[in-house]
Design a protein around this ligand. Structure first.
Ligand code: GDP
Ligand code: MG
Length: 751
């Protein structure tokens, strides 16, 4: 397997370094030196010549031929290059290794025919064996290298060498054919055709070019027939692999002017033409363009240095040269480089957003990033577009794979951003929703007006949903692997419902405490009224017959229970109406009512305790007693006379009042003497009661059995000790009143 060398990885697009400054490239660049070492400055050279970004818009031409046949001279004339040429005096090889130069006559206009853009010419060391002895190694290697890279191989040959089958040129051509077969075997489909362009020098004109061509073609066929062809290719013809073109140039020294015009004419043929399926292996017309698309090696300019170097290294180390593999390796290498390049701009746009999102969510306050969708979309489009522009020129399979890798890589980052955005929108949406509802409720409460909780919640919910959808919709990325937010939206809806459920619970609590306050006020008044009636010992009209207590005293608890249950009934109706208005469920209403009844009972108990405090009771008993003692049956104040049965009246009044104490000490029905049906009235706790619902509820004796308090105890208003104490203190008070009456009676007589 071929391993891509990495020593060319850097500097592809680097600025031209010191080493590779302009003067170093005065004569072009020595791609491969006499020691067969590949030049690392090729990228810099292509950069300097403005070719590196040309994509496929460049051409590579090589020149072959025996040494000192005027190859460099020809190239310099054709392309305005400055390859070294041998001076007329020294007969010494000047071109060593392989040189490359860009066409300097690109803008020359030869009779309206402009040359193609970005022609790169390679001047390959000639052969003669003079300098390299019998070493054919370099010749073979450079032929292979030229074939692997060049569209057109110029074969430079003297006219007088034509037909000399044994000549050095024929050896070279044999080598070219052999190495081409070798390449062809590796990949018969993708090895492009090449043009062998014979330039016949010092053409005297005696023999017409067509004859020279015939001779050469015959020689070529002869060479071809002597090659041992691999199985399957025995019948193949030379024309299956090469196109041929021929041109003859006049003698440069004998006919210098004609030489120049002919070379100029030749120059115009270095322009792009069209593939012609009819033409069979022969480019004939003397003015036809020779740069046909089918000759192009399809190595993008920016990948050429790496490709050329790796091809050379394969050749140089005598490994099997496998161009398809080389092209795939090149594609992988370049696609990775291009990925890195295009990701720079992507990172610039996306990294700050990623950092913002990460740090905000770490801080626990995720933010919805403005413009996120727009930035993500354009960053994604740009990165993929830029990648495609550069990388699609490489091996299609590799390009597609690398493109998918790149898309997956950026999409995973974008998806993280997208999900982060959704989660921020989720979190802030719930918080905003809750705040908006709470604020409007508060404002409603402040105004004292009744607000429509249901309407507030449903309006805010709609807003919250559309805000979320907006955020999500604007962050969607066209073409990315993630394209919907259904799941997230559902989750958001669910949580929104959760929050509004919580808000409704809060509202229920507020409603409950409003109703409780109302119950408290009502009971305070109405229960107070009932107790106050005790102050008047006469109750109803007239004196009670057979020692019966007046109804206002005896049925005190009946009336309190009735007032209490009526009040709570009204409260329940109000509560139910309101709660239903904001969609509280049956269960929630049931729990609310159950709580209301329990709390109301607590309110009543507190009110009773307040009324039955020692001071209050003493005052009421005294009033009750005085009413009975000081007023006669008609309600007229008594004026005590010594003859009056003060003691009898006193005893009767006192005993009557004292009867109140046992009555007061226990909440019970006046006729049955049983406690009120509290447990049945409160009812069973609804099944949906939660721990939170029960948290602030005081235990009720007899209802909550587990509390160890009985209903009897719950209904006890005055304990025995309290009763005794009360009796004692009341008697003292009553005694005082009696003594005072007695005194006033005696006083009345003395007056
Ligand atoms: P290269 O070794 O093939 O590159 O040959 P050079 O370009 O260095 O030229 C070798 C010699 O041939 C030089 O002395 C040139 O002046 C000479 N020369 C160049 N072109 C021609 C030509 O068209 N005809 C003849 N007779 N001599 C030429
Ligand atoms: Mg030369």
């Amino acid at each position: 397997p071929v391993v891509m060398t990495t020593n060319t990885m850097n500097g592809h697009f680097a600025a031209v370094g010191d080493q590779a400054s302009k003067e170093h490239f005065e004569h072009g660049i020595q791609v491969i030196d006499e020691d067969k070492v590949f030049n690392q400055n090729l990228p810099a050279y292509l950069q300097q010549e403005g070719v590196i970004r040309a994509g496929f818009n460049y051409h590579l031409i090589s020149v072959f031929g025996s040494q000192s046949t005027g190859k460099s001279t020809l190239l310099n004339h054709l392309f305005g290059t400055q390859f070294g040429v041998m001076s007329e005096q020294e007969r010494r090889q000047t071109t060593k290794g392989i040189w490359m130069s860009k066409n300097k006559r690109e803008n020359a206009d030869g009779g309206g025919q402009k040359m193609a853009d970005n022609i790169l010419v390679m001047d390959v060391e000639g052969t003669d064996g003079r300098e390299r002895g019998e070493d054919q190694d370099f010749e073979r290697k450079s032929a292979l290298f030229a074939l692997a890279t060049s569209e057109v191989l110029i074969v430079n040959i003297w006219e007088h060498q034509v037909g000399l089958y044994q000549g050095a040129n024929m050896g070279l051509l044999k080598t070219v054919f052999e190495v081409n077969l070798q390449l062809f075997l590796k990949d018969s489909k993708n090895i492009p055709r090449s043009l062998l362009f014979f330039v016949i020098r010092d053409h005297l004109g005696v023999t017409p070019l067509s004859n020279l061509r015939q001779t050469l073609l015959a020689d070529l066929s002869r060479i071809w027939s002597t090659l041992s062809k691999p199985p399957g290719l025995e019948q193949s013809k030379i024309e299956d692999y090469f196109d041929f073109a021929f041109v003859a140039l006049p003698h440069k020294i004998l006919q210098p002017e004609k030489f120049v015009t002919e070379v100029q004419k030749l120059g115009t043929r270095f322009r792009e033409g069209y593939n012609d399926p009819i033409r069979k292996g022969l480019v004939d017309e003397q003015s036809e363009p020779i740069l046909l698309p089918e000759y192009h090696r399809r190595i993008p300019a920016d990948g050429f240095p790496v490709y050329a170097q790796n091809v050379w290294e394969q050749i140089e180390s005598n490994k099997d040269l496998d161009l398809p593999t080389q092209q795939e390796l090149l594609a992988q290498f370049r696609c990775d480089e291009i990925s890195k390049e295009v990701l720079v701009a992507f990172d610039e746009a996306i990294t700050p957003l990623e950092e913002k999102q990460t740090s905000a969510s770490k801080a626990g306050s995720p933010v919805v990033l403005a413009e996120l969708g727009r930035i993500m979309n354009s960053a994604r489009t740009d990165v993929l577009k830029n990648f495609e522009i550069e990388a699609s020129r490489y091996h299609k399979g590799v390009f597609k794979r690398k493109q998918a890798e790149l898309a997956a890589q950026i999409d995973s980052r974008l998806k993280t951003l997208f999900l982060g955005q959704l989660s921020a929108a989720h979190k802030s949406g719930l918080a905003d929703f809750s705040t908006a509802v709470t604020n409007q409720v508060k404002a409603g409460q402040k105004k004292g007006s009744s607000y429509d909780f249901h309407a507030i919640v449903s309006t805010e919910k709609k807003k919250a949903l559309s805000r979320f959808e907006e955020a999500a919709q604007s962050t969607l990325i066209e073409g990315a692997a993630f394209s919907d937010y259904k799941q997230e939206l559902n989750l958001y809806k669910k949580d929104l419902d959760g929050v509004s459920g919580q808000l409704r619970k809060d509202e229920m609590r507020r409603l409950a405490s409003r109703i409780e306050r109302w119950v408290r006020t009502r009971l305070s008044e109405s229960v107070g009224v009932e107790f106050n009636k005790l102050g008047s010992g006469r109750g109803g009209s007239g004196a009670p017959a057979d020692g019966e207590k007046p109804s206002s005293e005896k049925d005190l608890w009946d009336r309190i229970w009735a007032v209490f249950t009526d009040t709570v009934d009204m409260a329940e109706t109000r509560f139910t109406e309101r709660a239903k208005s904001f969609d509280a469920s049956e269960d929630e209403v049931d729990v609310g009512l159950w709580r209301l009844r329990r709390k109301s009972w607590g309110v009543l108990k507190a009110k009773i305790e307040e009324e039955c405090s020692e001071g209050n009771l003493l005052l009421k008993l005294r009033e009750n007693f005085e009413d009975k003692f000081r007023y006669d049956e008609e309600g007229v104040p008594r004026i005590w006379r010594p003859t009056d049965d003060i003691e009898g009246i006193y005893t009767k009044a006192r005993e009557s009042t004292l009867e109140l104490i046992p009555l007061l000490s226990r909440f019970q029905h006046s006729k049955t003497g049983s406690p009120p049906p509290l447990e049945a009235w409160i009812g069973e706790a609804p099944a949906s009661v939660s721990a939170a619902d029960e948290e602030d509820l005081a235990p009720i004796g007899g209802v909550d059995d587990e509390e160890g308090v009985t209903l009897e105890e719950e209904m006890t208003v005055l304990s025995d000790a309290k009763r005794q104490d009360l009796i004692k203190r009341f008697r003292k008070t009553a005694d005082g009143v009696y003594v005072e009456a007695k005194r006033s009676a005696i006083g009345g007589v003395t007056q």
